[in-house]
Design a protein. Sequence first.
Length: 290
Amino acid sequence: MPAADSLNGYIWILLAAFFWSLIGVLSKLCMSAGVSPLETAFWRAAFGGALFLIHAAARRGLFIPARDAGLFLLFGIWGVGVFFGATQYAIQRSGAAMAVVLLYTAPVWVAVFSRLLFRERISTRKLIAIGVALSGTSLVCFSGGSLPGQPSLPGIACGLLTGLCYASHYPFYRWWQGRYATATIYGFMLAGGVLALWFYAPVSLDHEPRVWFWLAVLGVSTTFFAYACYGQGLKRISLVRAAVTCHLEPVLSTLWVWLFWQENFSLAGWLGSGLVFVAVLLLTTDKSRD
């Protein structure tokens, strides 16, 4: 792969990480206004999914075989419905910073999936980067989280569940990216997630304009923009590289909720966040081709 194309891949993934880092602070704005975690997840998927479907329609990408559309919808129940819902509960119970850091247990699963499904070699450098990232994640988890009080076991469980959900996106997207555009894949996936969340979440249309504004910003930035950038990145770099590079997200997310919501980690938590950032540097400065 040309060096310039690989660099562009990292830039796209870092942009996706930036947009995803806004999930915590924007979700807290919505939930502080009285929107439940599941309804917040619903509108995040609905606004982002609507834009992907419009984009796909403009590119004539909606007319696909019913079997493939059904698979995308079914995967969306897990990859969007469960994922987005668990994310919001983790933010509510354990704090936005801790929720996002726990999400990044994903590279372990990604490494396993990419090895089994795509025969991607896991180099020593990749293994070290994954180990450093997971060490940082563990420090954050055992530090007590980013909210005052005792750690929430349901919050931790939801956070770890998001890691597994998130990891499953990598091989699923890689499997289909050669046949369909990003807008088509995520348009149908998000539609499946919206249907699942609508079934379980009480959805209200009675919100103040400012609440609608933040729900729309949440959906457009952390879903549409983030996944569009993510799709471009996965066309250019490997699954494991993308997964670990995205570890910049919890560092940024921690910064945003510290600045705007006064969430804070202990010394161990901040050390863990630093290790996550080191893992990103290990991957992005690797000159090997695997």
